[in-house]
Design a protein around this ligand. Structure first.
Ligand code: SF4
Length: 125
């Protein structure tokens, strides 16, 4: 069955060898991040976030890093490019440009995070 990132029932069981040649389909899905992730990404500081999360969200949206902010959950949505790729994904190499500083969501996918835990939308290059 062909893997379709928008159809979790078609995903393959996760195995670390999947990552070797994957096309980073997981990086073309919406990614929600917290203030702690934004600090690690060096997009803000603890001081700025403590001052006003709403103002921080407004700035990051204006600068293009996030597409939205949900006040109730304090989750920021990272911007996706027109082809759905994450703002931080190199669309040619299909590699993360901020890998060492990537958000927790990305670190935990798919073992602890994702639409279908333990499965990923792997599609080999
Ligand atoms: S931050 Fe990096 S690992 Fe996370 S979705 Fe974006 S490109 Fe992928």
């Amino acid at each position: 069955m062909k893997v379709d990132k928008d159809r979790p029932s078609s995903w393959r069981k996760y195995d670390s060898t999947n990552c070797t040649k994957c096309r980073a389909n997981c990086c073309a899905m919406p990614v929600e991040v917290k203030v702690s992730d934004l600090i690690r990404l060096e997009l803000t500081t603890q001081d700025e976030a403590e001052n006003s999360v709403k103002k921080l969200a407004k700035r990051l949206k204006k600068e293009g890093y996030i597409s939205s902010y949900r006040e109730g959950t304090e989750f920021f949505m990272l911007t996706q490019k027109p082809n759905s790729d994450c703002y931080f994904l190199d669309s040619k190499s299909r590699l993360c440009t901020v890998y060492d500083k990537r958000p927790d969501t990305c670190r935990q996918f798919p073992a602890q995070m994702g639409t279908r835990i333990g499965y990923c939308p792997v599609e080999q290059k």
